[in-house]
Structure formats: structure tokens, C-alpha cells
Design a protein around this ligand. Sequence first.
Ligand code: CA
Length: 367
Amino acid sequence: MERRDFLKKTGMAAAAVAGTAISAPSVLAKEKTYRWKMVTTWPPNLPVFQTGAERFAKRVEEISGGRLKIKVFAGGELVPPLGVFDAVSQGTVQAGSGASYYWAGKTPAAQWFTTVPFGLNAQGINAWFYSGGGLKLWEEVYAPFNLVPRPQGNSGVQMGGWFRKKMNTIADYKGLKMRIPGLGGKVISKAGGTVVLLPGGEIFTSLERGVIDATEWVGPMHDLRMGFYKAAKYYYYPGWHEPGTCLEVMFNKKAYDSLPKDLQAIVDAAAMETNMWSLSQFEAGNGAALQELITKHKVELIRFPDDLLDALRKLTKETLEEEADKDKMSRKVHEAFKKFKEQVGIWGSVSENAYYNVIADKFSLKG
Ligand code: CA
């Protein structure tokens, strides 16, 4: 066969196949460009949180070849930070980014999907989401609000917080005014503390002036940026209250369902990829920032005493049971979370924890 004829024939055959296999609506869907708006709960430029949401949008546009363009608005730019849930739920915008524990007032069960005090670390909560049915449950919790959730980041284990006085026993929480959100805050209330909720921009001044006695924020990288070392002397660890905080992206269900299947797969993949990227950013940045806090700013790094942690653990158990009693869905999520934690069991102790102990000498706090 002549080359030209061959090309002509195969070309015609391909065209014939294309003509029959691709129906008109899917051709249109493939050509259509979708333009979405995404609002976040984060201040502009907040590293990893806001920049992670922006990265997610950028990756969706890149991977889709420009077929889905998402314009990102930081907290307050289009809707107030805590208006994100409603804006996406009502379809004012198609997507939002935040943390599910902000929506405890909408549905208490949401709290389990950000982080649980003394619960799973980043590795564990990701395992729950992707390989243990956690994400399916989260979808069930958000479904009545027309929302589709996806994990989109993780801070890893956070720090315990900045304190203006030393914390020796659980009694030291009595009368302590602390900025601490989520389930951890409920535990501190139970310990006799006063939980103060402040917007990010007001925490430093409140701590410096003694309006609050303590605050937690994120980890060394973000805490250094906030300058807390200038306002409180003692930097406590570990962040028992936020052992692996998951950041979320959520989509209006109607908007998500209206996407062709391949674009749905792209937003899912970009969310999962950004989840990985975010944890890597924290891991890469926190160690260096901690070193700077200790050596340059002479911060006193202190581990919470064991007895104090044991007391907090006991109060956490009570708090979680009370929260789970709030409605049927919270009970269901709490039981599933507990069951998965039991399934993971002591594996972490004989793997990651044992390994960290082996290399502890080399990377000791004093070294
Ligand atoms: Ca925190």
C-alpha cells in the first residue's frame, strides 16, 4: 500500500471510530471551559494554608489543560472566613478551603475530620481517609449540606503552645486563659481553663498584653512568623490536641457533579497531591524554624509532664464521649474513628516511634 493511501485510510478509519464513539454532548463537555470561584478561611499569603489552596487551583488548571480555572479568594476577600461553609453549600461559589472543625456549629460530627486530641497523626488520618473508610464517612456528614469534601493538606503534629507561665500539673489550667480551638479547647475548658477564640491577627497582641496567658497556633514555622517568642517564654510540646490537622477543600455538590468525569478525577487527584505537598512543606520547614527559635531567640522548649498529659488524655476521653452524644452522626463517626485507631493498634509504636527512638541520640534536642 502506498504510504499516502495508508495514512488516508487509517485517518478515515480513526475519524469513523471517533465519529461513532464520541457522542456530541461529551465532545462539548471536553471543549467547555469551567470557571470556578474558591473562598478560603485563611488570611492572604498564609504559607501552606492559603498558598496550598492556591497551589491546588493552579494544579487543577495545569492538569486539565486550562479546562477548569479556579480563582481563589482569601478569607474576607469575597466572604468572611467563617462564611466559607455556607457560601459553598448554597452555591454562591463552587469551592472552599478551610478546616472541618470550624463547622462544629453546623454539624458536630465535622470535628473528627480535622484532628482528634490524642487521636491519629498525619499518617494515621490519611490512612483512615484513603484506606479506612474515613473519607466516605466525611462525604456522608457533608452530603446534607450539598458539599463534597476532600483532604487537601496536613500540618503534621502541631506544637503544644506558648505559655507565659510553666505548666507543671493539670491544676495549672485552672483560670488559665488560652486561645485554643476545636476539641482541644473543649478539653481545656474541662480542665478549668477559659478558652478564648481570637482571629489570627489579634493573638500576638493579646498574648503580649496578658489578655490571654497562652496560645497554640500551628508549629515552629508558622509560630516563628507570628513572633510569639516575644510575648511568651515557654514553648510546650507535643501538640496532643492537634496530632495531625487535616485541611480541607470542599465543593458544591451540584458544581462537582456537573463536571465531566475526567475533571472530577483531576480535582480529586490535585487535592490528594496538595495534601502530600502540604505535609512535606511542614516537615521541611518546621525543623529549621525550631532550631532558630531555640538558638537565636532563646526560647525555652519544654515537654508537657507525663502526669499532666495523662490527665488531659482522661479529660479528652470524656469530652469525646460527650461530643459523640450530641447526635447520631457524631456517634457513628466517633465509633468508626475509634475502631480504626484500634485497627492501626500499636503498629506506630513498633515502627515510626521505635525508629525515632533509635535515632534520638543523633537528633537529640540538646545536640
Ligand atoms: Ca492549631
